[in-house]
Ligand binder design. Structure first.
Ligand code: NI
Length: 255
């Protein structure tokens, strides 16, 4: 019943038990996972997991933290994106929290990967950390692009603008935190058909698992919170987000 649209099972934090954990997630009701790459090795690793596990799909891309990047990477990403289980380009975007030195280079790389996604008719998984204004400015330049702002942390005004442009918004563990006022305001205004549920595993564990390694089973806490805000059960919220994710990523028989 759960679709974790953003989880990094290629991450080294899963090296010790990845092959026990993934089947356990499926057995616990995690029906689908998208594992986004952050550079060329992790994009390859995400595809390898997608090859191994039928319920895992991959996205490929170069994360804005990977600066300066090798210009050849984009050709590699384009080639990797041909894989039948690559459902998106990501995660890509802008991160001015970790890196204020390469803003222009980050923007150029973000634009190139949006153009690649449009060229391949795939959605984009956007990482936006402390770069809300510039992220919005970039995506405004590509009205034909589609995708999700993962772990959305912008304002209600920015959310409204992205929703008008057709973007989905991803919600993670932080909506369960005490200081989540802004994210909850965004969740409240977000139409039901644009909400995605994610963990960003191994990071961002929701309350009451905060401080421990995250995994997709913890979507139950995210589902509870979404259900609470949207006036539905956790199960209904999970089902809704499953269908939304299938539609955006073109998986299965979603409408
Ligand atoms: Ni991520």
């Amino acid at each position: 019943m759960f679709f974790d649209t953003h989880a990094h099972y290629d991450d080294r934090h899963f090296d010790s038990d990845r092959d026990e954990l993934l089947p356990a997630l499926y057995a616990a009701g995690v029906e689908l996972i998208v594992d986004p790459g952050c550079d060329t090795p992790s994009s390859r690793a995400a595809l390898a997991l997608a090859d191994k596990y039928p319920f895992v799909y991959a996205a490929v891309g170069v994360h804005p933290e990977e600066m300066p990047h090798d210009p050849c990477d984009l050709a590699v990403i384009r080639a990797l994106a041909q894989h039948p289980k690559c459902v998106a380009i990501g995660e890509v975007g802008l991160d001015y929290y970790w890196d204020k030195e390469h803003k222009e280079a980050q923007q150029a790389l973000f634009r190139a990967q949006i153009e690649l996604a449009m060229d391949l008719d795939k959605p984009v998984i956007v990482h936006d950390r402390d770069a809300h204004g510039d992220c919005l400015a970039v995506v405004r330049d590509y009205p034909g692009a589609r995708g999700v702002f993962h772990c959305f942390s912008g304002s209600a005004e920015m959310a409204e603008e992205l929703l008008k442009l057709g973007w989905y918004l991803g919600f993670d563990g932080p909506i369960t935190y005490k200081n989540a006022r802004r994210a909850l305001e965004v969740l409240e205004l977000c139409p039901l058909e644009r909400i995605l549920m994610e963990t960003d595993s191994p990071y961002l564990s929701p309350v009451p698992m905060r401080g421990r390694r995250n995994d997709s089973r913890n979507l139950v806490y995210v589902a509870e919170k979404i259900g609470e805000v949207k006036g539905m059960s956790a199960e209904e919220a999970a089902k809704l987000c499953l269908e939304n994710g299938k539609r955006l990523f073109g998986i299965g028989d979603a409408p």
